[in-house]
Design a protein around this ligand. Sequence first.
Ligand code: S3P
Length: 435
Amino acid sequence: MHYQVEPGGRLTGQIQVPGDKSISHRAIMFGSLAQGVTRVQGFLEGEDALSTMNAFRAMGVRIEGPKSGQVVIHGVGMRGLKAPSAPLDLGNSGTSMRLLAGLLSAQTFPASLVGDGSLMRRPMLRVAEPLGLMGARIHTAEKGYPPLDISPVSRLHGIEYELPVASAQVKSALLLAGLYAQGQTVVTEPAMTRDHTERMLQAFGYAVEVAGLRICVRGGGALQSCQIDVPGDISSAAFFMVGATIAKDSDITLTGVGINPSRTGIIDILRLMGADIVVQNHRHSTGEPVADIRVRSSRLHGIRIPLHLVPLAIDEFPAIFVAAANASGQTELYGAAELRVKESDRIQTMADGLSVLGVINQPRSDGILIEGGTYHGGSILTRGDHRIAMAFSMAALTATTPLTILDCANVATSFPGFSEQARLSGLRLRVGDSV
Ligand code: S3P
């Protein structure tokens, strides 16, 4: 499936983006492990979150829905999961695989985790090694790639672990294993990463001690079911924030977006570049801050992206690179080597696509330099990466000729209905089956 996007147009109106992907995964996981029935609203009906849901169904959890974002999970308790009869296929979802690696390390049955072509080439030693220190038995393929074959052990034990990379997935995998481990599991992060696991554990009544970048859980507790309202995903909102900023005469409001401070790097970075973003109507839902975000067109200028904002915007760089291509002067990014091991190598995939459009750029191991200016259209390879497809869709707003964006089916992993929403908001986007 590909997108054909004509240049021009402006973004207007109100948009409710789909539910947060990270929070949707965790709602299924903790709801399944809880005692009692957990009701979820605003669940992301995207393929990644559905992969997590299917994995828990395969382990014997009864889950109703999703129906218009509503899901009902009949929790089985901490020890109630059953052995799956086949390998768990987690599709494109790194979050499902890494968090499940932690959880399944502590079960009394073996499990095998597999995924699509992209997931089967993503690094898993970052979870397998520290889980091994806790006593887990996880076998990876060569180079630390999936499949992950997890064998049961009699008991995990807590560890103190300093994360070598800022990764919420690794942190969460260790905390999940820590729920079952003897003693306490202490994880120290090199920089703040998304803390949805910590917040949601607390919403389910599980004690988590957080002191700065140090997080501690004790094994042996239980989760109590609760009601979860999933906010809109700021990572999905990011594309429209960039689109409305770069397209003249735009004015959009993104309603009910999660603005957890570990996720708002996109707002800070765009504002540093000169964007006009107003965050209003602040509220809370299930321990997460939520607000409406109004974005109007403005002129951007290049910046050197502050290092501390990198982990807080880690999924938003494809969109930020499009903003940089529209800014006057140069934008420089360092300290973002993690982008090379996302759903695609996002530094290279974006650099290649920007070059097709005639945007001067210089990729490097941990970042990129982008020279803003005018650019034309062309044919973009997304490498099956949802966020690359959505970022270049927005780039078309200011291109001088049309863009053809190839291999867009995976947009459904995080943003089902993106093409309809984009068209409704003003993008001249058409979906095609073949080119
Ligand atoms: C996620 C953590 C991040 C992010 C991913 C979702 C999560 O990955 O890129 O989309 O839900 O914990 P890393 O932990 O690899 O940075």
